[in-house]
Design a protein around this ligand. Structure first.
Ligand code: ZN
Length: 116
């Protein structure tokens, strides 16, 4: 049995404990599945994903989540992530980046285009 209610040990591999607590809470608040498309990355995975050299994915402090396509689901997921305590969010065309890196700016949201 996984230590997380909604995510397997495989999905949460290498990810920060506090990040997973927030993600589990966000999933409860959403009421629909949250799919992690990119979690912790090594240097090569990060380069392939088009990540920056300082990417929080390298530290296990960020996840990319598939943007849901159901009615109001994207908006609800953004709300839930914020409510669960994520204070850094990237809103991309096909995914949402949720981040809790303590070494970066907080209380911010940015927008971008999904590459993968
Ligand atoms: Zn990301």
């Amino acid at each position: 049995m996984s230590k997380w209610k909604w995510f397997s040990d495989e999905e949460s591999k290498g990810l920060d404990y506090g990040l997973m607590v927030r993600l589990d809470m966000a999933r409860d608040l959403c009421g629909f599945p949250i799919v992690i498309t990119s979690g912790r990355r090594d240097e090569e995975q990060n380069a392939n994903a088009g990540g920056t050299k300082e990417s929080s994915h390298l530290k296990g402090l960020a996840v990319d989540l598939r943007a849901p396509t159901g009615q109001n689901e994207r908006e609800k997921m953004i709300w839930a992530l914020g409510r669960a305590g994520f204070t850094r969010m990237g809103l991309y065309t096909r995914h949402l980046h949720a981040d809790c890196d303590p070494d970066k700016a907080h209380d911010i949201v940015w927008f971008g285009e999904s590459h993968a």
